[in-house]
Design a protein around this ligand. Sequence first.
Ligand code: PAJ
Length: 283
Amino acid sequence: MEIFEQVAAMQLACREVRRSGKTLGLVPTMGALHAGHLSLVRAARADCDVVAATIFVNPLQFGPKEDFSKYPRTFEDDCRKLRAEKVDMLFAPTTEQMYPRGASTVVHVEGLSEKLDGKSRPGHFRGVTTVVAKLFEIARPHRAYFGQKDAAQLAILRKMARDLNMDIEIIGCPIVREADGLAMSSRNVYLSPEERRQALCLHRALCKIESLVAGGERDAERLREAGLLVIAEEKAVRLDYLEIVDAETLDPVRDIKAGALVAVACFVGSTRLIDNVVLPPCA
Ligand code: PAJ
């Protein structure tokens, strides 16, 4: 695996891949890699001739009171995992490489970026779309792989690619979970054993909603209330949002017959966790 820190070197290497007629798959990450990230790498490995991963803890997508400085950084370990998955190239730039002094251009998907996580994390999605647009421009991959775990992020990146006519196929990959249902996240390491147990209520709420849908319930508000009750049972967990929305527009839906995204975000202690489930269309 070749490691690039410089934008120009990564750009050159990716240009060479395209020139040789090979397909290039890109997997953007912030490192602290777990099985969720590696599932994206495997999907890319299965589809593309050359796989490039990126590791960059993007300061632009963290709020001033968020965990940028304490975000887990495990670079050597990450490299080992990526090598084991036969990743060809790793782009791990410094902040100065990504945001040279004086850089002032941002990419902002208006509307969508202010919904769900965007409501409680102002500026977050603007940071995500700006960095991903830059990574796309540097690597110009044929395909880019993102997790359904960050459902709003995925919807926003799809919209960005469409709106800006980016010639890149955005591939969404399923959520990878721990054995007990907790969605894998680099932030799970922040949880104490007690919080780790409390954190299961996110998945429990989603399962409750799914089981009510299986039993015939179609009313989004009733489903939402049932999910809220499950979260409320875990007294130490603070709800940020639980919403039932259209997976593309992220606007609330009234019934779930045409399919819907159920997305939840909670603070467990000081750790913010998210999870979701996609309800398929049903009669
Ligand atoms: P990060 O949180 O490191 O996640 C990188 C990618 O892994 C994202 O596409 C995310 O959805 C996916 N992922 C994380 N946990 C997952 C899980 N349990 N199952 C499946 N996929 C999972 O998301 C980001 O970084 C950043 O916002 C980024 C897109 C890299 C831009 O900075």
